[in-house]
Design a binder for this molecule. Structure first.
Ligand SMILES: [Zn+2]
Length: 339
């Protein structure tokens, strides 16, 4: 009798398990994928926000009072990817296309790189470290013009591109693990981990911005660190995923009324431990770099008094662009590579 009951219980358990599994796969089918974004919107907002606190008081006058704008518009470049097809390559560079680390065959100076490969070919594989320098020139020019609207717009946007250059998978052609059966790893590293851990565990009080003598060399150094780390990012996740069955690797979460499937907290924490704080470290470095580039642009423009600027209001054209970016992002389809 006892034996029979046990058997029955086991059968019930098995049925239960099968039902749970079925439900799991059903949910997996129904699950809505969140739109993937570089550093996630969460990460970009944090990076621009915290960068403000590294600035000297002369800059804080403007940046602290405009911190909401700088945070909000940190994601404009990603939104622009829904509007313009030539936006995508500004966010990454598949540097492994040019050989192996430290990629000495690829000229780090834009004009030399263009002479060697041609602009179209460079664009096809991404241009983020060069684009940061273009944005730096624009920001410096707007400080010289004492044009507040432009200073804010370019500050918010350069913060985005600098942050992207700090992400290892923005420096690899296997940018979403699509070549190694690890699809989803891009958002896992740069969105899921920060969203899970940044507010609870990570520290973003970093000290002061520095003057950067050679911004071009500086951003290339950061970018090459990203390139070097991309193998580790992929390799560790591969190793970990081999130890986890799918139902432990993924979990479901209700987000604004929508059930989404994502990497489970347990799996995420374990990955973060393996990476030994890499995501937090890269985020901190991005914050330091953003603040230091803002500061350097201001110094190179002759340290204009930021309490006496012109063009304080955004033009009708700017406001229209902000609105259109939002609309296109909400309803549109990303142009070019998705990440
Ligand atoms: Zn981006």
């Amino acid at each position: 009798m006892k034996r029979r009951i046990q058997t029955k219980k086991r059968i019930t358990n098995n049925t239960y398990l099968t039902t749970v599994k079925k439900l799991f796969f059903l949910l997996a089918l129904l699950a809505v994928q969140i739109k993937a974004h570089s550093w996630g919107f969460f990460g970009h907002r944090k990076i621009n926000y915290y960068s403000v606190f590294l600035l000297p008081p002369e800059m804080m006058v403007l940046y602290k009072s405009q911190i909401d704008f700088l945070t909000e518009h940190s994601t404009d470049p990603d939104k622009r990817r829904y509007a313009v097809s030539n936006e995508a390559p500004k966010h990454y560079l598949d540097i492994d296309h040019y050989g192996t680390y430290p990629y000495n065959d690829l000229p780090k100076k834009w004009t030399d790189a263009v002479a060697k490969y041609g602009q179209d070919s460079l664009n096809a594989h991404g241009i983020v470290p060069w684009w940061v320098q273009t944005m730096m020139n624009r920001l410096t020019a707007s400080f010289k013009e004492k044009n507040q609207a432009k200073i804010l717009k370019y500050s918010a946007e350069i913060g985005h591109y600098i942050a992207d250059a700090h992400v290892p998978l923005h420096a690899s052609s296997n940018h979403d693990g699509q070549l190694t059966d690890q699809k989803g790893i891009h958002a896992f590293w740069e969105s899921r981990l920060p969203e899970l851990l940044a507010d609870k565990e990570w520290d973003f009080f970093i000290g002061k911005a520095d003057y950067i003598q050679r911004p071009g060399e500086f951003i290339w150094t950061r970018f090459l660190e990203s390139a070097k780390a991309s193998d580790t990012v992929l390799h560790f996740e591969k190793t970990l995923s081999q130890k986890y069955p799918d139902d432990k690797k993924y979990g479901f979460e209700n987000r604004n009324g929508v059930v989404i499937r994502q990497y489970s907290s347990e799996y995420s924490n374990e990955y973060n431990r393996m990476l030994n704080g890499m995501v937090e470290r890269r985020m901190r470095q991005a914050i330091y770099c953003v603040a230091s580039f803002w500061y350097t642009a201001w110094v190179n423009a002759g340290q204009p008094d930021l309490s006496k600027l012109s063009n304080k209001e955004f033009s009708a054209e700017d406001l229209k662009e902000f609105e259109e970016l939002n609309n296109q992002w909400k309803g549109g389809k990303i142009q070019g590579r998705e990440e």
